[in-house]
Structure formats: C-alpha cells, structure tokens
Design a protein around this ligand. Structure first.
Ligand code: GLY
Length: 563
C-alpha cells in the first residue's frame, strides 16, 4: 500500500508540474445524460447499465452498492452501513441514515479493563468491534420509496459477478496481501481472502453469491432473518461476540432531514447526525466565507492557514458536542449560526498558529487504512444521490461470516471508548459519543450535494475517516472559489487538520517547500509521513451546458461511467 501511495504521490507531483508548465486542464469523463462514479469500474458500469435500462438514480444506488460489496470488499459492503443524501429532479432533498448501531447488550465501558483502561484494539479489530449492520436495510428503504425497476434486476449483476468472479487489481492484491495476518487472527477458519494475491487473479465468492440470492428472493429478510441471520449470529457466537438475532431483526434505517446552508450563493445539502460531516462542513465553510479567496492563492500558506484554523475549531466542537441525535441533545442551530462562528474565528490571527493543546496523543495515524467508499450518481431524469458507505477501516473487523461470505464492520471504534482516548483516526470523543445499546456511533461521512441558482451543480463525497470532511471541503472550494473542473479539482493535493493531534497532515510533494517553511515559522507542525493519500473523492459536476463531468480519484481504481 505504501509503495502504491508513493507512486500516486509522485504522479500527483508530476501532474502538478505538467499543469504549471503547460497550463493544461485535466478533464474527467463527460456524459450527456447520466453518470455513476465509484471506486471500481465494474460497480460504476453496473450502476450506469441500470440507468441505461430506464432505472433511476435510486435503482442505481441499490445496484452500485451491491456491486461494490462484491468487487470492492475492502469497503464496499453488506455488513456495514452508511449515509445517503439525495436531491430529486423536482428539487426535493432528503437523507437516509443506515449507520450501524450498538448491539442491545453493548455497554458504555465494554472496551475498558478492570482498571478502566482501554483494551488495545478491542473496539477496532475482530468480533468485538462489530456494530449491527445497516446497509441492506438502507438499500430497501431507498428502493421501497423510490425504486422503479424489479429488484431482481438490480441485484442479479452482482450475484453473477460474485459467482463468476472478477479480476483483482494491483492495488487490491497489495491491500489483501497486507491484511493476511489479520484475516487469520480474526477468524477461526481459513477465509477465502487469506492467500497470496497477484494482479489479474480471479476472485470468485460463491457464498456471497448465495447470500445475495437470499436477499434477491426474500428482500430485507434475506439478510436480517432466516439463513443469513443465523449464519451471522452463529459465527459471531463462535467467536465470542454479542450480536443477536434480535439485534438484526430490530435494525431500521432512518430518514433524516439533511443539513442545508448557503455558501456564496450555493446551497449545500449534506448529511446530519449521526454523521458529523454536514455540521462540520457548515461550520468550516461559514468560517471561511467572510474571507476573499480571490485574494488568496490556492494551496498557498494563507490558504492552508485559513482552512486549518477553521478546521481546528470545528473538530474541537465535533469532539465536545456531537453524537447520535436520537440519544443526546446537540445544539445544531447554535453550532452553525453566523454569530457563533464569528466568535469562534475571532481568535484567528494570520501571524501565529492557535495551539490546539499541549497534550500529545501518541502514534495513531497511518496504522489502519482509512477505508470507506463513496459513489455519486446523476440519472437521465435529473435525480442525484450521494452515498458514502463503510466497514470502517479496510475489511472492517476482518471477520468474514462463515458460510455467508461477507465482511463485518468494525464500526464500534467510531464510538468514544473512553473520553480523551483517540480512536484509529486519532479522533477524540466525549460523553455525547459514549456507547449505549442501539445508539449509532458518530461518523465523519459527508455525502453532499451542491445546488446553484436552484439547479443541481455537484454531487460529491469521499472515504478517508476523519479526513472525509476536509477533503469534501477542499473540493467544494476548488470548484466554487477557484473555478476548477471536477477532475482537475479531485487531482489537487490535499491537507487536513482535526484539532488534535495538532498537526497539518499533507499529501507529500503536493505543497511547495516555501509554503511549508512559512507555515512552520508561524507555528504549524506539518506531517507528511503516513499521509500519502487523503481521501478518494468521487464526484460529478454539472457543467454550464448541462453535460456531466466526472471526477474519479486516481488515488484509487475509481472510475466514472456514463452516457
Ligand atoms: N468509519 C468512518 C466514519 O464513519 O467516519
């Protein structure tokens, strides 16, 4: 993974050099009517084929999500969860929460030892880290409300791909090989993925195909009840976990009101709690809005400073206030009000970094890959969906359900196991994000839609753990303030600050030495090691002539397909 990341960093550098020498603008795929952008060409194609057959964006959501569960096992899933933001062609907006939740027998201190210390890795690895999955409930909630084609048509291509197999890419082979030891440790049998992989190998998943057939034939009950549920719970029990049949039967996806706000005449529609993305995006964009970005060069010292200081303040609020809105009171309106933001930014000075804290939180960055996945869809009718979905870190808990062939998430780590102790993303939490039975863990996912002059302008999102919010942010600024096209925007080097640890993570070689030296002299600590990739943004921009431009992130195997 490190080698690939270095190559990507190098190609980013070369792209940038080329751009500045020749002033070439990179353009993504242009489509006349409809497009799907996802982490894998096979999934984008399956989604786009559904659109071409007359299906709508919601049909394509189901088809793409299921295809990613087959062809992108590192993050595509049926054993995880996610969020969807949509805007239908009549301008109506909405959001679906299919986030995992804590099992019924979960408890606040379940990851602490007798002395009250966090037991290393218990919340992030193996069967104890699994939350009750929401993805299949999410798919059916979307399909039952908006779907138009027969469900079997949406799922059959994924069943066929699971049974017949697909060719593993180089990036996939590397990621799988890197995880072998942890596959062995998390399971009590030799799982299908536990072997040495080479680019071009055929990966067939017969048990996953059978699971998908049960979902095809029995709908949501094909996952949450019957044979699949029994295989799931039996294996969890074998490994000593706590998810029960009752947990599965009780799971429900929830429609929520998205976070909506304006930024420089653009309407931003993003995900609400238990995803922190929309609130943080609103806070950060509103903190930046008073500044004239036409006077500030893109990715210059001043640009990095301004975004960093806005991000620092927002992530501090995230830590202190945010959690599952069905369990805790969160002052969303106050946190995103102009007055509050003005007061928060009043301590910002161009002359000196505002220190986050004197406290160091140790070595947490870069141990796990920040895997999640995002796909953006616009259909030929003008409907748009933005979906971010995850198992949490790569291959989730690494537990592959025996006999059912799908990975289980390790989403419990997104709760605050203990205030003041960071999770795998270095994020801290407070009581608001403490564990409780059936509570949803706080997320950074930020599926977002942008409207301009009452029309759809952009569909965007990304994986990347805590860096999701700041990656989406930078791409909105690239397009809105710096007039970049979608692919051009996605290709730009990115940086990230999250209050604590008090460092600016930067993609190596993306920022010039002068900028970094100046930032250092102002008191900012730059961290490039283990930050080789920040986000993998998959987005669609509606161009002024009504055509669609895809932005598929070359940091991954991501691809746009459309017509
Ligand atoms: N598991 C990453 C997130 O939800 O933010």
């Amino acid at each position: 993974m490190k080698k690939i990341s270095l190559l990507i960093a190098l190609s980013l550098l070369l792209t940038n050099c080329k751009t500045s020498e020749k002033k070439e603008v990179t353009t993504g795929l242009i489509a006349q009517k409809a497009m799907v952008v996802s982490a894998r060409v096979e999934a984008s194609k399956i989604g786009s084929d559904i659109l071409q057959k007359g299906g709508n964006a919601y049909d394509a959501m189901a088809a793409t999500q299921l295809a990613l569960a087959v062809v992108y096992p590192v993050a595509g899933n049926i054993g995880g969860g996610g969020f969807m933001v949509y805007r239908s062609n009549d301008g109506k907006t909405g959001a679906l929460d299919f986030r995992e939740k804590a099992p019924l027998t979960a408890s606040r201190d379940m990851y602490l030892d007798e002395e009250g210390n966090v037991i290393p890795n218990k919340s992030s690895f193996g069967v104890h880290s699994v939350g009750v999955p929401g993805t299949i409930a999410g798919i059916f909630e979307v399909y039952n409300k908006f779907g138009s084609l027969p469900f079997k048509d949406l799922i059959q291509p994924s069943i066929d791909m699971a049974r017949n197999g697909f060719r593993v890419t180089k990036k996939q082979a590397n990621a799988l090989n890197k995880t072998r030891k942890r596959f062995e440790k998390a399971n009590n049998y030799k799982i299908l993925f536990d072997r040495e992989w080479t680019e071009g190998d055929l990966l067939q998943q017969k048990e996953l195909a059978q699971t998908l057939e049960r979902i095809r034939d029995n709908g949501q009950d094909g996952f949450y009840k019957g044979k699949t549920a029994q295989l799931f719970v039996d294996y969890v029990n074998e490994l000593g976990g706590i998810i029960s049949l009752e947990d599965l039967v009780k799971y429900k996806a929830i429609w929520r009101k998205p976070i909506e706000f304006t930024y420089k005449d653009h309407k931003i529609i993003s995900m609400t709690l238990p995803a922190s993305g929309g609130i943080c995006l609103a806070q950060i964009l509103k903190s930046i809005e008073p500044y004239d970005l036409s006077e500030i060069e893109h990715n210059s010292t001043k640009y990095v400073q301004l975004l960093t200081e806005a991000e620092r303040r927002s992530y501090a609020d995230r830590t202190n206030f945010l959690g599952d809105i069905d369990f805790v009171n969160v002052p969303i309106d106050s946190l995103t009000s102009t007055n509050y933001i003005k007061q928060r930014m009043s301590t910002f000075s161009w002359d000196k970094a505002t220190p986050s804290s004197e406290v160091s939180h140790g070595k947490v960055l870069g141990y796990e890959s920040d895997e999640t996945t995002h796909y953006s869809i616009v259909d030929q009718f003008g409907n748009a969906v933005s979906v971010t979905t995850t198992l949490n870190t790569g291959y989730g808990s690494k537990v592959l359900v025996k006999g059912a062939g799908f990975f289980l998430n390790n989403e419990m780590d997104d709760f605050s196991a203990k205030p003041g102790v960071p999770n795998v993303y270095g994020l801290l939490g407070s009581e608001a994000n403490a564990i409780a039975p059936e509570k949803r863990m706080l997320s950074s996912m930020t599926p977002t839609i942008v409207e301009y002059n009452g029309k759809l302008k952009m569909v965007i999102g990304t994986p990347g753990g805590s860096t999701i919010i700041t990656s989406v942010l930078q791409n909105i600024l690239n397009v809105v303030d710096y007039n970049m096209g979608m692919q051009e925007s996605v290709n730009q080097p990115r940086f990230h600050h999250q209050w604590l640890p008090d460092i600016i993570r930067m993609e190596p070689n993306g920022f010039d030495k002068k900028t970094k030296t100046k930032l250092d002299s102002l008191g900012y600590q730059i961290y490039e090691k283990n930050s080789l990739i920040i986000g993998k943004v998959d987005a669609i921009l509606i161009l002024p002539n009504g055509t669609l431009e895809g932005g598929a992130d070359k940091r991954g195997d991501d691809t746009a397909v459309g017509f």
